[in-house]
Design a protein around this ligand. Structure first.
Ligand code: UFG
Length: 335
């Protein structure tokens, strides 16, 4: 059985990926310091899979503790999620963001060298493209200067990993996610936003639940069909499955180069208004909303050309927007 280290394995995308790994009979070691996750997610993972991943409450900035994890476990591959991810907060706390996202990555990369781990999946973001000149966005689109410190940590992360791969026998896949949404069909795990949600779907579900009075749709004067901004919303379970495909490719030496990059999206853009309508239809309820000014730093439109992932990883998004939004609401109801 291959042993996979998942950093941030109790977080939103991490926990869904751990479930898929366990279901595919990988052995899983989680490193998660609970800075943006809850310990009870571990029990939920056990409940879904009937399997028990090992968990270390370790902060990646603590190199000594991280080394202990590698001493105690012979790791075959790594999926690296652990990072701070709030765009707005990153502008207020640049030092903390660089320290956490970059030092954590460097410590992990040192361990890959010391303990000879050759397969590494990195959790990146479509934010590295900024407002792309051409849509849909392919992996060859030029990277733009990110609007946020968070985005810069993803871009720097990609570069650091590429530099390591260029001088060593180290294989990596950089996965650029579009907008992950939804929750596991069991409604046992899902997104747990801290405080007032920044992202659209948790704000919508909390508004439907009466926790928030109304949703502000940021901008209805974009040059789009209905004036609201367009994104590519990808189901978190579909996204999780792409990690297993990428990891297996690396472990089986099927990669064509030691650095591969894939967009993970549906290939279809949806406007904010379309998302709200789809949520209402899928769940047969109403969401209070108003139009508000554009949010600073937002782009008009981003959606993926995900054909490379289909060709090379044999992966594609399968779940409809409405189905995603049903799972998001089922999860919200449990909170
Ligand atoms: N939106 C609203 N009201 C809200 C929240 C969001 O109208 O209360 C709109 C936004 O303006 C945007 C869309 O919904 O047009 C999606 O916003 P999100 O905050 O959910 O997602 P973003 O596209 O801004 O950000 C996401 C991830 C980031 C990542 C980025 C890459 O959250 O981690 O995609 O573009 F960096």
């Amino acid at each position: 059985m291959r042993k996979i280290l998942v950093t941030g394995g109790l977080g939103y995308i991490g926990s869904h990926t751990v479930v898929e790994l366990l279901e595919q009979n990988f052995e899983v070691v989680i490193v998660d310091d609970l800075s943006n996750s809850k310990q009870w997610i571990l029990d939920r993972i056990k409940k879904i899979t009937n399997k028990e991943p090992k968990w270390y409450n370790v902060d990646l900035k603590n190199s000594e503790n991280l080394n202990l994890v590698f001493e105690e476990n012979k790791i075959d591959g790594i999926i690296h999620f652990a990072a701070y991810k709030a765009v707005g907060e990153s502008q207020q706390k640049p030092v903390e963001y660089y320290e956490n996202n970059i030092i954590g990555l460097l410590n992990l990369l040192k361990c890959t060298q010391k303990y000879d781990v050759k397969s590494f999946i990195f959790s990146s973001s479509c934010t590295v493209y900024g407002q792309a000149d051409e849509l849909p966005i392919t992996e060859n689109a030029p990277l733009k200067k990110p609007e946020s410190v968070y985005g810069k940590t993803k871009q720097f992360g990609e570069e650091i990993i590429s530099d390591v791969a260029s001088i060593s026998n180290f294989n990596t896949i950089l996965l650029r996610y579009f907008n992950p949404i939804g929750a596991h069909p069991s409604a046992l795990i899902g997104e747990l936003p801290l405080g007032i949600p920044n992202n659209l779907i948790p704000f919508v579900t909390q508004t439907a639940a009466g926790i928030r009075k109304e949703l502000s749709i940021f901008g209805n004067d974009y040059p789009t069909l209905d004036g609201t901004a367009i994104r590519d919303y990808i189901y978190v379970v579909d996204l999780a499955k792409a990690h297993i495909k990428g990891l297996t490719r690396l472990l089986n030496n099927e990669n064509s180069s030691n650095i591969e990059i894939y967009n993970l999206g549906t290939g279809k853009g949806s406007s904010v208004k379309e998302v709200v309508d789809a949520f209402e239809n899928a769940n047969n309820l109403k969401v209070n909303y108003k139009y508000a000014p554009r949010r600073e730093g937002d782009i008009t439109s981003a959606y993926a050309d995900a054909s490379l992932a289909k060709e090379q990883l044999n992966w594609e998004a399968k779940t409809s927007l409405e189905e995603c939004l049903r799972t998001a609401w089922n999860w919200q109801k449990t909170l």
